[in-house]
Design a protein around this ligand. Structure first.
Ligand SMILES: Cc1cc2nc3c(=O)[nH]c(=O)nc-3n(C[C@H](O)[C@H](O)[C@H](O)COP(=O)(O)O)c2cc1C
Ligand code: SF4
Ligand code: SF4
Length: 255
């Protein structure tokens, strides 16, 4: 049995959750970063007893826009899959249902799902410090239960969400670089959607940028940021919806 983990984690929260889930499996593991534009998912060959973990953040209550197209290339061939969604203490709406739909169309059987609260990657005061110790213990419990359930079920997990999926609302926050930028090009090479021109890395192609904040996190000079005014507006807009401590949610297929 081999395990493949496909993940997108522009600011690290989703990967933190995934790493904790991975501790439950003691087998050959392959991690695929979906932000890597060169990653060729079509070349991966699943067998029925392999397992797939798919981990993405919720963006506007949906799977980040370029991910479905990437996952389309994978052939599940009846292998079982575990769904992992991170969200920034607002809600994950249709994200898990959409991820499940995408994987099942590719021939996977989804047997469990975890929605884990992580720090909000744009307004970082929401979900700050998550996952914390209590979250990590819950995530390990989820992972253990998944590993045990895997050989015992051929059923598909029921997860929350609605079809048609809610419309995807792009966020009008597109990070640009200031005078601290040295033009090293790291952000351009690593942008998951190629929105930063290699020859002009201080700029951003607003029509391509998905506001994932990976370039903000990666820049060694802290040169990239979004408009402070926009950030203030977003903080106010999300205040009521992000208030209080939201829970992690777990879902399992029947045995
Ligand atoms: C463009 C964008 C949209 C987001 N939309 C939501 C949302 O609808 N609900 C929510 O709870 N968090 C939302 N978040 C927060 C992320 O889901 C959360 O911070 C997640 O942990 C980010 O994963 P990462 O740390 O792996 O980048 C959004 C973040 C971004 C960048
Ligand atoms: S990573 Fe930072 S310093 Fe390097 S090109 Fe991008 S903005 Fe400039
Ligand atoms: S330019 Fe946009 S899409 Fe590219 S890494 Fe930065 S925030 Fe993400």
């Amino acid at each position: 049995m081999k395990l493949y983990a496909f993940y997108f984690s522009p600011t690290g929260g989703t990967k933190r959750v995934l790493d904790e889930v991975l501790t439950a499996w003691d087998c050959e593991k392959h991690l695929v970063d979906l932000a890597d534009r060169a990653a060729d998912l079509g070349g991966i060959s699943f067998e029925k007893d392999d397992v797939c973990l798919a981990a993405v953040p919720s963006f506007s209550g949906r799977v980040p826009p370029f991910i479905p197209q990437k996952l389309e290339k994978v052939q599940g061939k009846g292998a079982k899959a575990v769904l992992i969604v991170s969200y920034g203490n607002r809600a994950f709406d249709d994200t898990m249902l959409e991820l499940k739909g995408r994987l099942e169309t590719s021939g996977f059987r989804c047997i469990a799902g975890l929605a884990a609260v992580t720090q909000h990657s744009i307004v970082t005061k929401y979900g700050a410090g998550r996952p914390d110790e209590a979250d990590l213990a819950e995530i390990r419990g989820f992972a253990q239960k998944c590993a045990e359930l895997l050989p015992l079920t051929e059923n598909s997990v029921e997860v929350p969400g609605n079809e048609p999926y809610r419309p995807y609302h792009a966020i009008p926050m597109k990070p640009k670089a200031d005078s601290r930028c040295t033009g090293c090009g790291l952000c351009a090479r690593r942008c998951p959607v190629g929105a930063i021109p290699a020859e002009q890395p201080r700029t951003v192609d607003k029509s391509r940028c998905i506001s994932c904040m990976q370039c903000v996190r990666l820049c060694p000079r802290q040169a990239r940021h979004v408009s402070a005014v926009m950030l203030w507006v977003a903080e106010r807009k999300l205040r009521a919806q992000c208030a209080g401590r939201k829970e992690n949610n777990t879902y399992f297929a029947e045995q």
